[in-house]
Design a protein around this ligand. Structure first.
Ligand code: SF4
Length: 239
């Protein structure tokens, strides 16, 4: 790339950063206050998926796409009783895995991926789940969101996995607006204070699952209602 083109690219990137900063709706102290409130309510949040090691966590997350955690847990109790390591999952085989998870949406494709990723773990990673984003994303059925959950929950990395709840909250509140999950993730990584990054995605998921729900957010019962700047906020009027 020529020098003039490089300079133009740099100017465009700087202008885009300035624009993003200019439209920031929440001051850093307000973001801090939001996460402090969510943290105070649940200091050590945990995933609602049941797992016993990094491998069963990885499988549970792969199975959870377009399925509820409760639905996944119901199926994985039987599955993990028979196979809680990659080698055992390969030995169980695709047909048996398909039968065991048939109550979950997209079960055929997911069974195929679970056995294929298990095989890859055995062949390329000594039967261990790699602590490495690129290696995780190279596994069948594993995308950025799944890799983020595994890196965060199994390895304690400060990653934010943007699911449907976090995507909605980021945009609804104007906290981390974005057209794609990757854009929302990038904005959250910019604005969430470092002290809250480790658990931010759990707090946001739980807030979206139980309070700031998709239809009819429970604003009257929301611990951050006074800080929220969403045009969808509706507080009960005093009688
Ligand atoms: S006040 Fe309403 S819209 Fe705002 S975060 Fe709470 S539940 Fe969501």
């Amino acid at each position: 790339m020529g020098i003039a083109k490089q300079a133009a690219t740099k100017r465009a990137a700087a202008a885009s950063t300035r624009k993003r900063r200019a439209v920031r709706l929440y001051a850093p102290a307000e973001v801090e206050a939001i996460f402090a409130r969510l943290a105070a309510a649940d200091p050590e949040p945990k995933t609602e998926l049941e797992y016993s090691n990094p491998f069963t966590l990885l499988v549970a997350v792969v199975l959870s796409a377009q399925a509820t955690d409760a639905g996944v847990n119901k199926a994985t109790r039987g599955l993990f009783a028979l196979a809680d390591t990659p080698a055992a999952m390969v030995a169980l085989g695709e047909e048996r895995v398909t039968e065991l998870i048939r109550t979950i949406g997209l079960f055929r494709n997911k069974a195929k991926n679970v056995v294929a990723l298990s095989r890859q773990l055995v062949e390329k990673h000594g039967g261990e789940v790699p602590h490495d984003r690129a290696a995780l994303e190279a596994l069948p059925g594993v995308g950025r969101k799944t890799a983020n959950v595994v890196l965060n929950v199994a390895f304690g990395e400060p990653t934010i996995a943007v699911d449907t709840h976090i995507f909605r909250i980021g945009n609804r509140l104007g906290l981390a607006p974005g057209r794609t999950p990757d854009e929302v993730e990038a904005r959250l990584m910019e604005i969430v204070p470092p002290a809250y990054l480790q658990h931010a995605h759990h707090w946001l998921i739980l807030h979206g699952r139980y309070t700031c729900v998709a239809r009819g957010p429970k604003c009257g019962n929301c611990r951050i209602a006074d800080l929220c700047k969403s045009p969808e906020k509706k507080l009960p009027t005093a009688a």
